[in-house]
Design a protein around this ligand. Structure first.
Ligand SMILES: [Zn+2]
Length: 269
């Protein structure tokens, strides 16, 4: 959790600085949560991608099944038409008079039977293809169901995260507003402008003689003044407001914590 213990505010010789450090801690955490919050729709869309892909494949295979069935029906109609033609042809048998006509008739019948065999084979091939494609469609449907479940789980997780972040954010916003109200307006405006210009921190700790905002070495005299902490000092390079950080090295961006103030008192007094 955040270190926002107001009781430690007085530990800095400059109380303005304590409040600002605390405010920055809140602001950094707020920015972090907003960033996480902002990424949720993106993460949701990402989680949905496998489902969309599975659904696309299912549509593709069911469309193929439909197209093949349509083709099979067309072939079946061809076969019917062909058969009725053959029937008409056979009905002419009694009308035949010469041997020549009979020979021609036999040839036509042979041709008709050959054609019939071809259409029947086409139908068989189509039926096999349909069966195969139906199996593929069944697999695709199973994959869609699986992807739906996975997406549902991820969606729930993200929705829970969203709720949690929103709650944390509104709590932090409340604390931030309360704290900001206690800070001198001129100082608060300066802090806000610096924060906007620097895009991250308006305040930077000095550690080992280096401004942790711009990573440049600050003059020893300035380090000493920052350590005394009686007036607000700014970094000559990045113009961030400086504060003394005699504590152990840790990630100041997450928590330039007030707990380190205990050490500072010992050193500053
Ligand atoms: Zn600097």
């Amino acid at each position: 959790m955040l270190v926002t213990d107001r009781g430690k505010q007085g530990l800095h010789l400059n109380p303005h600085l304590s409040s600002l450090i605390e405010l920055q801690t809140l602001d950094l955490r707020i920015a972090e949560i907003r960033e996480q919050r902002r990424k949720i729709p993106e993460r949701l869309a990402e989680a949905e991608a496998p489902l969309r892909e599975a659904a696309r494949l299912l549509k593709e295979t069911t469309d193929s099944v439909e197209a093949l069935v349509k083709e099979r029906r067309a072939r079946e109609r061809d076969l019917e038409a062909h058969e009725s033609q053959t029937e008409k042809l056979k009905a002419r048998l009694s009308e035949l008079k010469t041997n020549k006509e009979y020979q021609a008739y036999l040839f036509e019948i042979e041709m008709a039977n050959k054609k019939k065999g071809e259409i029947e084979e086409q139908i068989l091939i189509l039926m096999e293809k349909i069966e195969q494609m139906q199996r593929t469609a069944k697999d695709a449907q199973a994959k869609v169901t699986e992807a739906e479940r996975a997406f549902g789980r991820e969606k729930k997780t993200l929705e829970e995260l969203e709720t949690k972040l929103d709650a944390e954010l509104s709590e932090l916003d409340r604390k931030q507003r309360e704290l900001a109200a206690t800070i001198d307006k001129g100082l608060f405006d300066r802090y806000t402008k610096l924060k906007a210009v620097r895009k991250d921190m308006a305040l930077a700790p000095v550690r080992d003689g280096v401004c942790q905002g711009c990573r440049l070495q600050v003059p020893p005299q300035l380090v000493a003044e920052v350590k005394r902490s009686t007036e607000l000092q700014t970094c000559p390079y990045c113009h961030r407001m400086l504060y003394w950080d005699g504590g152990p090295v840790e990630d100041v961006r997450v928590a330039p914590g007030a707990e380190k103030a205990d050490d500072e008192v010992g050193e500053a007094v």
